[in-house]
Design a binder for this molecule. Structure first.
Ligand SMILES: N[C@@H](CCC(=O)N[C@@H](CS)C(=O)NCC(=O)O)C(=O)O
Length: 218
């Protein structure tokens, strides 16, 4: 049976959710973050050299990177939750599957890192570091995030899911950046809030929460 190496409060929640949606058997090994650095514990390096979550092991096969794991798992499930080849929904599926980690996550991560700069600096430097960090966030990161948030609103206009009428695995990939964005209270729009409410109400999402333990974004 495959094992999901799951880090608390992390992207790997999406893999548990997908497995629940697909009804594939799995077991979970949970890892806690370091409370101060928030890094994954060194045990994860024994599973994959980058030491990040998610990673799945399926016999001798090790698959890392959420998008690659989603492709592996939907492949095992006869492409359920993946739109048909050649359709407009499939074109959108490929786009959103890459966008989630490639475009949406970087500004969210920058916001997280710059937010931690001042608190983790030696105290005499803190006011200066805070000013620099705030300048970068206000001048560069926040405008980018506002642009992404407006884009999500436009893309969800007139259709309930990112690829169209049907829920797909691309919605699962999009969940973490949108949850992280909404959790920061940085202005999620009405369509994103509605989409979040609908995905959170899915029974498979709720079952995945039971499997994963602490998750601050639901
Ligand atoms: N693009 C990768 C990102 C993996 C990643 O950064 N995972 C985070 C969890 S949200 C992690 O393991 N962080 C802990 C660390 O870097 O020590 C993916 O989607 O799998």
């Amino acid at each position: 049976m495959m094992t999901v190496h799951h880090l608390e409060n992390s992207r790997s929640q999406r893999v548990l959710w997908l497995l629940e949606e697909l009804g594939l058997p799995y077991r979970v090994t949970r890892y806690a973050r370091d409370p101060w650095t928030l890094r994954a514990p060194p045990e994860l390096v024994a599973v994959h050299p980058l030491g990040k979550a998610p990673v799945i092991t399926d016999g001798a096969t090790v698959v890392a990177e959420t998008g690659a794991i989603v492709a592996y798992l939907t492949g095992l499930a006869s492409e359920r939750l993946v739109p048909e080849h050649g359709s407009e929904a499939r074109r959108r599926y490929v786009y959103w599957s890459h966008y989630a980690e490639g475009s949406a996550m970087p500004p969210l991560l920058l916001k997280l890192v710059f937010g931690r700069l001042a608190p983790s600096s030696p105290w005499p430097l803190r006011p200066l570091v805070r000013r620099i960090a705030d300048t970068v966030v206000r001048g560069f990161v926040d405008p980018d995030l506002r642009r992404h948030a407006a884009f999500w609103e436009t893309e969800l206009a007139g259709q309930p899911y990112f690829c169209g009428a049907d829920f797909t695995a691309a919605d699962i990939l999009m969940s973490f950046p949108l949850e992280a964005f909404a959790a920061r209270g940085t202005g999620a729009g009405p369509r994103v809030r509605d989409w979040l409410a609908r995905i959170h109400a899915r029974p498979a999402y709720q079952r995945a929460l039971q499997q994963g333990g602490p998750y601050a974004y639901a």
